[in-house]
Design a protein around this ligand. Structure first.
Ligand code: V47
Length: 372
């Protein structure tokens, strides 16, 4: 049963959604400008249930951030530090491998590895790190390095992005996380992350990765100084690249956390904005299979509600998240598998444990098998 649509501007969009038609830039703006959240949720949930039925995915993963030293000083970031900063850290290879194994259980299927743009860490160093991880944890999927890190490494080594990716793949990278995309608008990037590659370069690295057969995620950072137009533009650029390559696995809308950043005067996002971004992205990104409500960033409470507003994934156990916690996140640094199961079941969804590429994982007390 469709809900009462209070905002009549949504009626033609509802017709398109029901017919499975692609939404336009203008539709995207209308979706962002309505406050009829229940109608948005109804439409996003329709699309979500068409694709995934009643299932919500999660995984058992660990984050590893080998260094927070970063040559870029992005205003949006509280994680990156200058090399001389006494609070900065860089792990040795042994420390990376030791971190990966800390609290190790056979249940872990993914390491999510990202860090700062370190001026001295070489591609060889990263390759050795990956080889060491593969040797010690051969069954674990390595989702490592954002497009921004890849572009920086290529520039630092004076080789192409393609060659950089090939060497990382040879050493063990299995897929790329979606970070660093922020908002593609040049005007906004100049203010929030002026030292980073531009939006076009981010898309170019993703395109090259996908052409080499690497899958990746994609993200959008919202809730800072961007406009509705900037967000719609960002989502449609991701959709256009996905039409071309089909390489994106999941989209993750990321709420800006201002604490401890140069933009700390900005307010934090509200639950209404968080849920709206989940719903609008589900509706505009008709060719990206999964929309993830990342609980670390949204809080488990909102991530749970998001499962009824377009999201089909809640991310994973995470373990030792730093980027958001440096920016003032008050959520836990990890959730147990049993807690994820409870959140999902309480939202009336059926939890399915997945690997990074969304293959279901079968688990017994002692073994983990990726089905298919
Ligand atoms: O790249 C940095 C963003 C990203 C802040 O691919 C900030 O599965 C908010 O990309 N406030 C890292 N956001 C997180 C990320 C991610 C998370 C979970 C899953 C996946 C995936 C990717 O966080 C950064 C940047 O876009 N970020 N600082 C901040 N103060």
């Amino acid at each position: 049963m469709p809900p009462v649509i209070e905002d009549s501007r949504l009626l033609p969009i509802l017709e398109k959604v029901e017919a499975g038609e692609r939404l336009s830039f203008q539709d995207g703006l209308t979706l962002y400008r309505t406050n009829d959240l229940l109608a948005l949720g109804y439409m996003a949930n329709l699309v979500r249930e068409r694709r995934h039925g009643n299932v919500t995915y999660f995984n058992v993963n660990r984050h590893i951030n080998p260094t927070d030293v970063c040559v870029a000083s992005c205003r949006l970031c509280a994680f990156g530090k200058r090399a001389k900063d006494p609070r900065a850290y860089t792990m040795s290879l042994e420390q990376v491998w030791e971190t990966a194994g800390r609290g190790w259980t056979e249940a872990v299927t993914e390491f999510h590895i990202v860090g700062g743009l370190h001026p001295e860490l070489t591609l060889d160093w990263y390759c050795e790190m990956l080889r060491g991880l593969k040797q010690r944890f051969p069954q674990v999927h390595l989702k490592a390095f954002t497009m921004v890190e890849i572009a920086y490494l290529a520039q630092r080594e004076r080789i192409s992005v393609r060659e950089t990716l090939e060497r990382l793949m040879e050493a063990g990278v299995d897929s790329l996380p979606g970070g660093g995309a922020e908002i593609f608008s040049e005007r906004v990037r100049r203010i929030i992350c002026d030292h980073k590659i531009d939006g076009q370069q981010w898309l170019d690295v993703a395109r090259t990765a996908h052409r080499l057969g690497l899958r990746s995620n994609c993200t959008m950072l919202y809730g800072h100084i961007e406009t509705d137009e900037d967000r719609v533009d960002h989502l449609l650029k991701l959709r256009a690249l996905q039409d071309e390559t089909g390489g994106f696995v999941a989209f993750i809308p990321l709420a800006f956390h201002p604490a401890n950043t140069a933009l700390r005067h900005l307010p934090t996002t509200t639950g209404f904005q968080d849920i709206k971004n989940i719903a609008v992205s589900r509706l505009l990104l008709d060719n990206i299979a999964h929309v993830k409500a990342y609980w670390v960033m949204m809080t488990p409470r909102i991530a749970q509600i998001a499962q009824r507003f377009g999201a089909d994934d809640i991310d994973g156990t995470v373990v030792e998240e730093r980027i958001y916690h440096d920016a003032g996140a008050t959520t836990a640094q990890s959730l147990r598998r049993s807690e994820l199961l409870r959140l999902i079941r309480e939202a009336g969804r059926e939890p399915v444990e997945r690997d990074t590429l969304y293959r279901p994982v079968a688990r017994t007390e002692t073994t983990v098998t990726v089905l298919v």
